[in-house]
Write a protein that binds this ligand. Structure first.
Ligand code: FAD
Length: 335
């Protein structure tokens, strides 16, 4: 493929420097030090999001979840500190928010997903105050810790939106950790705990449901399936759930909210997206189903696996081996 302007073209462009982007860049270079890779990432901070749950549960230091992006970037990778605003896969280019256009031979797309705080009426106005917390952003996770540690009695709600979300276990993990702390250090009987999930079952993997149900029983949690948080009034401490045809109002003292989640707009509006807006890749090879020089991994893809860092770990070698096979003009056979 032809080069464009010198300095504007890279052999491999990685979009997003989170769990997937950093791992894929490191893993590609481990296989071939001569690769010419640029990683596009706007944030100077890199987060270990899995530990946000533990921050909320008062079991982990918030600062320990943060690294400088520059410290986790593999040496030899060129960091372009910008956000991609448009994919132009027909021209093998991406457009940056700086106005620059970057061209590539191969692209790996892994910008994660977007937390849709506006997807629940009233949430944006009240998140981070009025007892409304969420582990899905670090500073709100610190407020979760404050809320769950300071409350001594009352009604505490935990919610889960429709799938897909990243870490489908996180909405429940914080609930069990909170209940464990109250059982140990306070009087559990003084708490009314409710779990409201938009899903029809407690968890998507059937084998995990019976053991989880034991904890639901142990902590006397009221389980509300197909109960979707649609609105919240923080100052009045009221949450509104859609349950089939009915809209049900529930008072709370504290509520842990998980926002609905979707693909970033520059993905959903691109020719690389499927009908739901996620990056369309072959679930076995992780190559775009439309563009042979585009691969994807992580939360942004439409693969049927869970959106977790654990999944990213397994996807990285698939992307690396297949991308390099493609560079060599070989068949993709790593799945
Ligand atoms: C509360 C919580 C608990 C979790 N618990 C677990 C767990 O226990 N186990 C587990 O395996 N996983 C867990 N996860 C999920 C895990 O963190 C994600 O699945 C994983 O980080 C996905 O990696 P990714 O690279 O796709 O996205 P991310 O790690 O989110 O990285 C995406 C990167 O892309 C960048 N980006 C965004 N937009 C652009 C753009 N326009 N241009 C360029 N770059 C862009 C972002 O700044 C970010 O750095 C949890 C997540 C949360 C929030």
């Amino acid at each position: 493929m032809a080069n464009t302007l010198a300095g504007e073209h890279y052999q491999i462009v990685v979009v997003g420097g989170g769990a997937g982007g950093i791992a894929v860049a490191a893993s590609l270079l481990k296989r071939d030090r001569s690769l010419h890779i640029a990683l596009i990432e706007p944030s100077e901070k890199h987060y270990y999001q899995a530990a946000f749950t533990l921050v909320g549960a008062n079991a982990f230091d918030a600062d320990e979840t943060i690294r400088k992006e520059v410290d986790v970037l593999p040496s030899g990778v060129r960091w372009l500190k910008s956000a991609v605003i448009k994919l132009e896969p027909k021209n093998n280019t991406v457009l940056l928010d700086s106005g620059k256009s970057i061209s590539y031979d191969y692209m790996v797309v892994c910008p994660g997903l977007v937390l849709d705080w506006q997807g629940i009426e009233g949430l944006e106005d009240t998140i981070g105050k009025n007892g409304v917390c969420s582990n899905y952003l670090l500073h709100y996770a610190e407020y979760t810790r404050e809320c769950l540690a300071s409350i001594n009695a009352g009604r505490v709600l935990f919610t889960q939106p429709p799938m897909p979300i990243k870490c489908a276990g996180a909405p429940q993990k914080i609930m069990y950790l909170a209940a464990h702390n109250w059982e140990k250090h306070k009087s559990l009987h003084d708490f009314d705990i409710e779990f409201h999930t938009a899903t029809p079952t407690l968890f998507g993997v059937a084998e995990f449901v019976p053991p989880l149900n034991k904890y639901i029983d142990r902590y006397d949690i009221e389980l509300n399936l197909q109960s979707n948080l649609v609105a919240i009034d923080g100052p009045a401490k009221k949450a509104f759930f859609q349950q089939g045809e009915n809209k049900v109002e529930v008072d709370f003292d504290v509520i842990h909210v998980v926002p609905p989640q979707r693909a970033p707009e520059f993905i959903s509006s691109s020719p690389c997206a499927d009908n739901s807006g996620w990056l369309a890749v072959d679930k076995y090879t992780l190559r775009s189903d439309k563009y042979t020089n585009v691969f994807g991994l992580g939360d942004v893809t439409n693969t049927p696996n869970a959106k977790t860092a654990a999944a990213v770990r397994k996807q990285v070698p698939v992307v690396c081996e297949n991308l390099l096979a493609s560079v060599r003009g070989e068949e993709l056979d790593i799945m």
